[in-house]
Ligand binder design. Structure first.
Ligand code: GLN
Length: 201
C-alpha cells in the first residue's frame, strides 16, 4: 500500500487528523495547499470544517476547476463539510458545490456544536464491529440519486455513501482510532489505480 499518495485538502478545517489516519492506515499522506500538488496524489480527501469558508478560500492557491479536473479520474472522499461540497442543490450562494455526487444535504440539521454526538454505525463492508461515528454540526443527507450506494445509516438516514469515484460521510471518521473507513478509501484508490471500474449501485 505504501506507494499510494493520498492528499488532504488543507485550505481550512480538520485536515491534520485525516493525514494521520491515512498514514496509520498505510499510505503516504500529503496536505494539499497548492494546485501543483494534485499531480502527485492518487486520491483526495475534502475534510470537515466549514463549507462556507472553504468555498470562500477556494480560488487562491487551488481552484474548483483544478479539483474537478482531478476528480474526473481519481477518487475523492468528502467528510462533513467536504460531503456538502461533493453534493448538489444547496440553496446558499456562499457555498460552491462540485456536484460530483447526486446527493442533497441540509447543513447543520443535527443541531449546533453542543448537539454533537457519537453513534454506533454498522458498515455494510464490515458488519462485525460497530463504527463509533462522531457527528459535529453535521449535514443531514436528504435525497440521494439511484447511483448512490449506502454504506451506513444512522436512524435510517444514510450517513456514509459511495458512487463512482466518490465517497461521502456526514461524520468525522478521522476523529476515532478505527481506520476501517480510511482503509476502504485506500482500497478504492488502489482499485482505480489498477484500472478496475469503480463501484456504483
Ligand atoms: N456545519 C459545517 C458546514 O456547514 C460542517 C461541520 C463539519 O464539517 N463538522 O460546513
Amino acid at each position: 500500500m505504501s506507494e499510494l499518495n493520498i492528499g488532504v485538502l488543507g485550505i481550512q478545517g480538520a485536515y491534520e487528523k485525516h493525514a494521520l489516519s491515512i498514514a496509520l492506515a498505510g499510505a503516504n499522506a500529503e496536505i494539499i495547499k497548492y494546485r501543483e500538488q494534485l499531480d502527485q496524489i492518487d486520491g483526495l480527501i475534502l475534510p470537515g470544517g466549514e463549507s462556507t469558508t472553504m468555498s470562500k478560500m477556494m480560488g487562491f492557491r487551488i481552484d474548483y476547476k483544478d479539483i474537478l479536473a482531478f476528480a474526473e479520474k481519481k477518487p475523492v472522499f468528502g467528510t462533513c463539510a467536504g460531503l456538502i461540497l461533493l453534493g448538489k442543490g444547496i440553496d446558499d450562494p456562499r457555498i460552491h458545490q462540485f456536484e460530483l455526487m447526486d446527493v442533497s444535504v441540509a447543513r447543520n440539521a443535527y443541531g449546533s456544536q453542543k448537539d454533537s454526538f457519537i453513534d454506533n454505525l454498522t458498515l455494510v463492508f464490515d458488519k462485525e464491529n460497530p463504527f463509533h461515528a462522531v457527528f459535529i454540526r453535521a449535514p443531514q443527507i436528504e435525497n440521494i440519486g439511484d447511483d448512490i450506494c449506502v454504506l451506513a445509516t444512522c436512524n435510517n438516514t444514510p450517513v456514509l455513501i459511495e458512487s463512482n469515484l466518490y465517497l461521502g460521510a456526514s461524520f468525522h471518521p478521522e476523529l476515532t482510532p478505527d481506520l476501517r473507513i480510511h482503509k476502504y478509501f485506500i482500497q478504492k484508490i488502489m482499485e482505480v489505480k489498477n484500472g478496475k471500474t469503480p463501484k456504483s449501485a
